[in-house]
Write a protein that binds this ligand. Structure first.
Ligand code: PHE
Length: 383
Protein backbone atom coordinates (compact mmCIF):
# COMPACT_ATOMS: atom_id res chain seq x y z
CA UNK A 1 0.00 0.00 0.00
CA UNK A 2 2.75 2.40 1.02
CA UNK A 3 4.78 1.56 -2.07
CA UNK A 4 1.78 2.26 -4.29
CA UNK A 5 1.32 5.72 -2.79
CA UNK A 6 4.99 6.48 -3.27
CA UNK A 7 4.82 5.49 -6.95
CA UNK A 8 1.69 7.58 -7.49
CA UNK A 9 3.41 10.59 -6.00
CA UNK A 10 6.47 10.07 -8.16
CA UNK A 11 4.34 9.82 -11.30
CA UNK A 12 2.43 12.96 -10.36
CA UNK A 13 5.69 14.84 -9.77
CA UNK A 14 6.95 13.78 -13.18
CA UNK A 15 3.76 14.93 -14.91
CA UNK A 16 4.04 18.25 -13.09
CA UNK A 17 7.66 18.71 -14.18
CA UNK A 18 6.84 17.98 -17.82
CA UNK A 19 3.91 20.41 -17.72
CA UNK A 20 6.16 23.10 -16.25
CA UNK A 21 8.85 22.86 -18.94
CA UNK A 22 6.13 22.74 -21.58
CA UNK A 23 4.69 26.13 -20.80
CA UNK A 24 7.50 27.99 -19.12
CA UNK A 25 10.05 28.09 -21.91
CA UNK A 26 9.09 31.33 -23.71
CA UNK A 27 8.92 31.67 -27.48
CA UNK A 28 12.07 29.75 -28.37
CA UNK A 29 10.48 26.52 -27.21
CA UNK A 30 6.86 27.21 -28.05
CA UNK A 31 5.53 26.31 -31.46
CA UNK A 32 4.32 29.64 -32.74
CA UNK A 33 6.32 32.61 -33.88
CA UNK A 34 4.56 35.62 -32.38
CA UNK A 35 4.96 39.00 -34.10
CA UNK A 36 3.39 42.27 -32.91
CA UNK A 37 1.75 44.95 -35.04
CA UNK A 38 0.89 48.49 -33.89
CA UNK A 39 -1.40 50.49 -36.14
CA UNK A 40 -4.05 53.18 -35.79
CA UNK A 41 -7.20 51.19 -36.40
CA UNK A 42 -9.34 53.97 -34.91
CA UNK A 43 -8.77 57.74 -34.65
CA UNK A 44 -7.51 60.32 -37.14
CA UNK A 45 -5.83 58.01 -39.62
CA UNK A 46 -7.88 54.86 -39.10
CA UNK A 47 -8.09 53.79 -42.77
CA UNK A 48 -4.28 53.46 -42.76
CA UNK A 49 -4.32 50.91 -39.94
CA UNK A 50 -7.24 48.98 -41.32
CA UNK A 51 -5.60 48.50 -44.73
CA UNK A 52 -2.29 47.45 -43.19
CA UNK A 53 -3.99 44.94 -40.91
CA UNK A 54 -6.01 43.41 -43.73
CA UNK A 55 -2.92 42.80 -45.85
CA UNK A 56 -1.00 41.21 -42.99
CA UNK A 57 -3.90 38.98 -41.98
CA UNK A 58 -4.18 37.79 -45.55
CA UNK A 59 -0.47 36.97 -45.62
CA UNK A 60 -0.50 35.18 -42.25
CA UNK A 61 -3.11 32.81 -43.62
CA UNK A 62 -1.10 32.10 -46.77
CA UNK A 63 2.14 31.57 -44.86
CA UNK A 64 0.59 29.24 -42.30
CA UNK A 65 -1.20 27.22 -44.95
CA UNK A 66 2.10 26.62 -46.67
CA UNK A 67 3.87 25.39 -43.54
CA UNK A 68 4.77 28.59 -41.66
CA UNK A 69 8.25 29.97 -41.07
CA UNK A 70 11.11 27.78 -39.77
CA UNK A 71 8.46 25.06 -39.67
CA UNK A 72 6.45 27.03 -37.11
CA UNK A 73 3.08 28.74 -37.43
CA UNK A 74 3.05 32.52 -37.35
CA UNK A 75 0.68 34.54 -35.17
CA UNK A 76 0.34 38.33 -35.25
CA UNK A 77 -0.93 40.26 -32.23
CA UNK A 78 -2.50 43.53 -33.43
CA UNK A 79 -2.65 46.58 -31.16
CA UNK A 80 -4.72 49.68 -31.95
CA UNK A 81 -2.78 52.83 -31.04
CA UNK A 82 -5.87 54.98 -31.78
CA UNK A 83 -3.59 57.01 -34.13
CA UNK A 84 -1.81 58.43 -31.06
CA UNK A 85 1.84 58.60 -29.97
CA UNK A 86 1.20 57.92 -26.27
CA UNK A 87 -0.86 54.83 -27.10
CA UNK A 88 1.88 53.59 -29.42
CA UNK A 89 4.41 53.59 -26.59
CA UNK A 90 2.00 51.62 -24.37
CA UNK A 91 1.23 49.15 -27.14
CA UNK A 92 4.91 48.48 -27.85
CA UNK A 93 5.53 47.91 -24.14
CA UNK A 94 2.60 45.51 -23.92
CA UNK A 95 3.69 43.53 -26.98
CA UNK A 96 7.19 43.11 -25.61
CA UNK A 97 6.34 42.43 -21.95
CA UNK A 98 3.13 40.49 -22.22
CA UNK A 99 3.10 38.87 -25.64
CA UNK A 100 6.88 38.39 -25.85
CA UNK A 101 6.86 39.15 -29.57
CA UNK A 102 10.03 38.53 -31.58
CA UNK A 103 9.52 41.64 -33.78
CA UNK A 104 7.07 44.51 -34.16
CA UNK A 105 5.56 45.85 -37.39
CA UNK A 106 4.55 49.51 -37.15
CA UNK A 107 3.62 52.10 -36.44
CA UNK A 108 2.24 54.02 -39.42
CA UNK A 109 2.59 57.75 -38.76
CA UNK A 110 6.18 58.78 -38.13
CA UNK A 111 5.32 60.66 -34.92
CA UNK A 112 3.78 57.48 -33.49
CA UNK A 113 6.64 55.24 -34.55
CA UNK A 114 9.06 57.69 -32.94
CA UNK A 115 7.19 57.26 -29.63
CA UNK A 116 7.39 53.45 -29.70
CA UNK A 117 10.80 52.89 -31.28
CA UNK A 118 12.99 53.77 -28.24
CA UNK A 119 11.18 51.09 -26.22
CA UNK A 120 11.76 48.42 -28.87
CA UNK A 121 15.37 49.56 -29.24
CA UNK A 122 16.04 49.28 -25.49
CA UNK A 123 14.45 45.84 -25.35
CA UNK A 124 16.41 44.57 -28.36
CA UNK A 125 13.24 43.79 -30.30
CA UNK A 126 13.41 44.71 -34.01
CA UNK A 127 10.72 47.20 -35.04
CA UNK A 128 9.89 47.60 -38.73
CA UNK A 129 7.60 50.34 -39.96
CA UNK A 130 6.14 49.82 -43.39
CA UNK A 131 5.23 53.44 -43.83
CA UNK A 132 6.98 55.93 -41.51
CA UNK A 133 8.94 58.14 -43.86
CA UNK A 134 10.39 60.80 -41.51
CA UNK A 135 14.17 60.54 -41.59
CA UNK A 136 14.53 60.53 -37.79
CA UNK A 137 12.63 57.24 -37.36
CA UNK A 138 15.51 54.85 -38.04
CA UNK A 139 17.96 57.18 -36.30
CA UNK A 140 16.46 55.95 -33.00
CA UNK A 141 18.77 52.94 -33.19
CA UNK A 142 20.03 49.80 -34.89
CA UNK A 143 16.89 47.76 -34.14
CA UNK A 144 14.63 50.18 -36.08
CA UNK A 145 13.92 49.58 -39.78
CA UNK A 146 11.42 50.61 -42.42
CA UNK A 147 10.13 49.26 -45.73
CA UNK A 148 9.51 52.65 -47.40
CA UNK A 149 11.56 55.49 -48.87
CA UNK A 150 12.37 58.49 -46.68
CA UNK A 151 11.05 62.06 -46.80
CA UNK A 152 14.23 63.79 -47.97
CA UNK A 153 13.55 61.84 -51.18
CA UNK A 154 9.74 62.19 -51.18
CA UNK A 155 9.94 65.99 -50.70
CA UNK A 156 12.56 66.38 -53.41
CA UNK A 157 10.41 64.44 -55.90
CA UNK A 158 7.51 66.85 -55.22
CA UNK A 159 9.68 69.96 -55.62
CA UNK A 160 11.16 68.67 -58.88
CA UNK A 161 7.73 67.76 -60.19
CA UNK A 162 6.43 71.24 -59.38
CA UNK A 163 9.37 72.95 -61.07
CA UNK A 164 9.81 70.71 -64.08
CA UNK A 165 6.47 69.11 -64.91
CA UNK A 166 4.14 71.89 -63.75
CA UNK A 167 6.64 74.68 -64.49
CA UNK A 168 5.73 76.30 -61.19
CA UNK A 169 7.52 79.47 -60.16
CA UNK A 170 5.75 80.10 -56.85
CA UNK A 171 4.49 77.86 -54.04
CA UNK A 172 2.58 78.02 -50.78
CA UNK A 173 3.21 75.34 -48.15
CA UNK A 174 0.67 74.27 -45.51
CA UNK A 175 2.02 72.21 -42.60
CA UNK A 176 0.47 70.08 -39.85
CA UNK A 177 2.65 71.13 -36.90
CA UNK A 178 1.62 68.13 -34.77
CA UNK A 179 3.36 65.80 -37.21
CA UNK A 180 7.11 65.19 -37.55
CA UNK A 181 6.37 63.88 -41.01
CA UNK A 182 4.61 67.05 -42.18
CA UNK A 183 7.24 69.40 -40.75
CA UNK A 184 10.12 67.38 -42.20
CA UNK A 185 8.56 67.40 -45.65
CA UNK A 186 7.90 71.12 -45.50
CA UNK A 187 11.61 71.76 -44.90
CA UNK A 188 12.73 69.44 -47.70
CA UNK A 189 10.24 70.90 -50.18
CA UNK A 190 11.13 74.51 -49.38
CA UNK A 191 14.84 73.78 -49.67
CA UNK A 192 14.55 71.97 -53.02
CA UNK A 193 11.96 74.26 -54.57
CA UNK A 194 14.03 77.32 -53.68
CA UNK A 195 17.30 75.72 -54.82
CA UNK A 196 15.63 74.98 -58.17
CA UNK A 197 14.74 78.64 -58.69
CA UNK A 198 11.21 78.64 -57.26
CA UNK A 199 9.88 81.08 -54.70
CA UNK A 200 7.91 80.10 -51.57
CA UNK A 201 5.38 82.89 -51.08
CA UNK A 202 3.55 81.52 -48.04
CA UNK A 203 4.10 78.96 -45.27
CA UNK A 204 1.14 78.35 -42.97
CA UNK A 205 0.55 75.98 -40.09
CA UNK A 206 -2.42 74.00 -38.85
CA UNK A 207 -3.17 71.16 -36.43
CA UNK A 208 -5.10 67.98 -37.07
CA UNK A 209 -8.03 69.20 -34.95
CA UNK A 210 -8.63 72.16 -37.32
CA UNK A 211 -11.68 71.93 -39.54
CA UNK A 212 -11.95 75.51 -40.80
CA UNK A 213 -9.09 76.47 -43.14
CA UNK A 214 -10.64 79.65 -44.50
CA UNK A 215 -8.14 82.07 -42.97
CA UNK A 216 -5.14 80.18 -44.36
CA UNK A 217 -6.79 79.62 -47.73
CA UNK A 218 -7.90 83.24 -48.10
CA UNK A 219 -4.23 84.10 -47.80
CA UNK A 220 -3.38 81.48 -50.44
CA UNK A 221 -5.94 83.06 -52.73
CA UNK A 222 -4.37 86.49 -52.22
CA UNK A 223 -0.83 85.18 -52.86
CA UNK A 224 -2.04 83.29 -55.93
CA UNK A 225 0.82 80.72 -56.03
CA UNK A 226 1.21 78.25 -58.92
CA UNK A 227 1.24 75.28 -56.53
CA UNK A 228 0.25 74.57 -52.94
CA UNK A 229 2.23 71.83 -51.17
CA UNK A 230 0.31 70.05 -48.39
CA UNK A 231 2.35 67.27 -46.76
CA UNK A 232 -0.36 65.98 -44.42
CA UNK A 233 -2.92 63.25 -43.77
CA UNK A 234 -6.15 62.72 -45.68
CA UNK A 235 -8.56 64.03 -43.04
CA UNK A 236 -7.11 67.54 -43.03
CA UNK A 237 -6.34 67.45 -46.75
CA UNK A 238 -9.90 66.46 -47.73
CA UNK A 239 -11.26 69.53 -45.95
CA UNK A 240 -8.52 71.79 -47.32
CA UNK A 241 -9.21 70.75 -50.93
CA UNK A 242 -12.98 71.18 -50.52
CA UNK A 243 -12.65 74.61 -48.92
CA UNK A 244 -10.02 75.73 -51.48
CA UNK A 245 -12.42 74.87 -54.31
CA UNK A 246 -15.21 76.81 -52.56
CA UNK A 247 -12.94 79.84 -52.43
CA UNK A 248 -12.20 79.51 -56.15
CA UNK A 249 -8.46 78.81 -55.71
CA UNK A 250 -7.15 77.41 -58.96
CA UNK A 251 -3.57 76.50 -57.95
CA UNK A 252 -2.52 72.88 -58.33
CA UNK A 253 -2.15 71.15 -54.97
CA UNK A 254 0.71 68.71 -54.49
CA UNK A 255 0.55 66.21 -51.68
CA UNK A 256 2.28 63.24 -50.14
CA UNK A 257 1.64 59.60 -49.23
CA UNK A 258 -0.60 60.77 -46.36
CA UNK A 259 -3.27 61.58 -48.96
CA UNK A 260 -3.79 57.92 -49.81
CA UNK A 261 -7.23 57.12 -48.40
CA UNK A 262 -10.72 56.68 -49.84
CA UNK A 263 -11.85 59.13 -47.14
CA UNK A 264 -10.08 61.92 -49.01
CA UNK A 265 -12.62 61.55 -51.81
CA UNK A 266 -15.51 61.38 -49.36
CA UNK A 267 -14.42 64.72 -47.91
CA UNK A 268 -13.30 66.53 -51.07
CA UNK A 269 -15.40 64.95 -53.82
CA UNK A 270 -14.60 66.53 -57.20
CA UNK A 271 -12.51 69.19 -55.47
CA UNK A 272 -9.73 66.55 -55.33
CA UNK A 273 -9.53 66.33 -59.13
CA UNK A 274 -6.53 67.74 -60.95
CA UNK A 275 -4.18 67.54 -57.97
CA UNK A 276 -1.13 65.29 -57.51
CA UNK A 277 0.61 63.38 -54.72
CA UNK A 278 3.72 61.27 -54.21
CA UNK A 279 3.15 57.68 -53.19
CA UNK A 280 4.82 54.29 -52.76
CA UNK A 281 3.11 52.33 -55.47
CA UNK A 282 0.36 52.48 -58.04
CA UNK A 283 -2.13 49.66 -58.55
CA UNK A 284 -1.84 50.51 -62.27
CA UNK A 285 1.74 49.19 -62.43
CA UNK A 286 1.91 46.29 -64.84
CA UNK A 287 4.34 44.12 -62.85
CA UNK A 288 3.55 40.66 -61.46
CA UNK A 289 4.29 41.56 -57.80
CA UNK A 290 1.68 44.32 -57.92
CA UNK A 291 -0.92 42.47 -59.96
CA UNK A 292 -0.65 39.23 -57.91
CA UNK A 293 -1.02 41.22 -54.70
CA UNK A 294 -4.06 43.10 -56.03
CA UNK A 295 -5.67 39.81 -57.11
CA UNK A 296 -5.08 38.13 -53.74
CA UNK A 297 -6.24 41.15 -51.73
CA UNK A 298 -9.29 41.62 -53.92
CA UNK A 299 -10.21 37.95 -53.51
CA UNK A 300 -9.86 38.22 -49.73
CA UNK A 301 -11.71 41.53 -49.34
CA UNK A 302 -14.65 41.74 -51.74
CA UNK A 303 -12.76 43.10 -54.72
CA UNK A 304 -11.29 46.02 -52.79
CA UNK A 305 -8.17 47.61 -54.35
CA UNK A 306 -5.29 47.74 -51.88
CA UNK A 307 -3.82 51.16 -51.10
CA UNK A 308 -0.14 51.88 -50.36
CA UNK A 309 -0.74 51.18 -46.68
CA UNK A 310 -1.83 47.64 -47.45
CA UNK A 311 1.06 47.16 -49.86
CA UNK A 312 3.68 48.49 -47.44
CA UNK A 313 2.24 46.59 -44.46
CA UNK A 314 2.52 43.47 -46.59
CA UNK A 315 6.10 44.31 -47.60
CA UNK A 316 7.20 45.11 -44.04
CA UNK A 317 5.73 41.85 -42.77
CA UNK A 318 7.27 39.75 -45.57
CA UNK A 319 10.62 41.45 -45.11
CA UNK A 320 10.49 40.43 -41.44
CA UNK A 321 9.57 36.83 -42.23
CA UNK A 322 12.37 36.76 -44.80
CA UNK A 323 14.83 37.98 -42.15
CA UNK A 324 13.65 35.36 -39.63
CA UNK A 325 14.06 32.67 -42.28
CA UNK A 326 17.57 33.79 -43.20
CA UNK A 327 18.50 34.17 -39.52
CA UNK A 328 17.20 30.65 -38.88
CA UNK A 329 16.20 31.94 -35.46
CA UNK A 330 13.81 34.22 -33.61
CA UNK A 331 16.55 35.78 -31.51
CA UNK A 332 16.27 39.59 -31.63
CA UNK A 333 19.90 40.20 -32.50
CA UNK A 334 19.88 37.56 -35.24
CA UNK A 335 16.71 39.04 -36.79
CA UNK A 336 18.20 42.52 -36.61
CA UNK A 337 21.37 41.39 -38.37
CA UNK A 338 19.37 39.65 -41.09
CA UNK A 339 17.14 42.71 -41.59
CA UNK A 340 20.21 44.92 -41.94
CA UNK A 341 21.53 42.57 -44.62
CA UNK A 342 18.30 42.70 -46.67
CA UNK A 343 19.28 43.07 -50.32
CA UNK A 344 17.27 42.65 -53.51
CA UNK A 345 14.11 41.76 -51.59
CA UNK A 346 11.27 41.96 -54.09
CA UNK A 347 8.22 43.62 -52.56
CA UNK A 348 4.97 45.00 -53.94
CA UNK A 349 6.29 48.57 -53.64
CA UNK A 350 9.60 47.81 -55.29
CA UNK A 351 12.84 46.04 -54.52
CA UNK A 352 14.33 46.66 -51.10
CA UNK A 353 18.02 46.94 -50.36
CA UNK A 354 18.83 48.42 -46.95
CA UNK A 355 21.37 51.20 -46.76
CA UNK A 356 23.65 51.53 -43.73
CA UNK A 357 21.04 53.67 -41.95
CA UNK A 358 18.38 50.91 -42.27
CA UNK A 359 16.47 52.81 -44.96
CA UNK A 360 15.53 51.13 -48.25
CA UNK A 361 16.59 52.79 -51.48
CA UNK A 362 13.45 52.84 -53.62
CA UNK A 363 11.50 54.78 -56.24
CA UNK A 364 8.42 56.93 -55.70
CA UNK A 365 5.41 57.28 -57.97
CA UNK A 366 3.49 60.44 -58.75
CA UNK A 367 -0.28 60.00 -58.69
CA UNK A 368 -2.71 62.32 -60.40
CA UNK A 369 -6.30 62.55 -59.18
CA UNK A 370 -8.80 62.32 -62.03
CA UNK A 371 -12.54 61.78 -61.60
CA UNK A 372 -11.97 61.01 -57.92
CA UNK A 373 -9.58 58.22 -58.86
CA UNK A 374 -5.85 57.78 -58.46
CA UNK A 375 -4.16 57.63 -61.84
CA UNK A 376 -0.49 56.72 -62.30
CA UNK A 377 1.51 59.65 -63.65
CA UNK A 378 5.24 58.93 -63.29
CA UNK A 379 7.91 56.92 -61.48
CA UNK A 380 10.87 58.75 -60.00
CA UNK A 381 13.98 56.85 -58.93
CA UNK A 382 16.67 58.13 -56.57
CA UNK A 383 19.82 59.24 -58.43
N1 PHE B 1 4.56 58.48 -44.46
C1 PHE B 1 3.59 58.76 -43.44
C2 PHE B 1 4.33 59.11 -42.16
O1 PHE B 1 5.47 58.83 -42.03
C3 PHE B 1 2.62 57.63 -43.22
C4 PHE B 1 1.96 57.13 -44.46
C5 PHE B 1 2.58 56.27 -45.34
C6 PHE B 1 0.70 57.50 -44.76
C7 PHE B 1 1.97 55.81 -46.49
C8 PHE B 1 0.07 57.06 -45.90
C9 PHE B 1 0.71 56.22 -46.78
O2 PHE B 1 3.80 59.67 -41.25
Amino acid sequence: MRKKLWITMLVLAMIFAVALTGCGGGQEESDEIVIGAVFGMTGDIATFGQSSKEAIEMRVKEVNESGGVLGRQVRVVFEDNKSLATETALAVEKLIEQDEVVAIIGAIASTNTLAGAPIAQDAGVPMISGTSTAESVTEVGDYIFRACFIDPFQGRVAAQFALQNLEAKTAAVLTDVGSDYSMGLRDVFVENFTAGGGKVVQTSEFVVQDTDFNAVLTNVKAQNPDVVYVPAYYNSVGLILAQAADLGIDATFIGTDGWDSPTLFELAGDAANGHFFTNHYSPDADVPEVQDFIAAYGAAYNGKTPDALAALGYDAFNMTLDAITRAGSTDGEAIRDALAETAGFVGVCGTITMDEKRNPIKSAVMIEIKDQKQVYNATVSPE
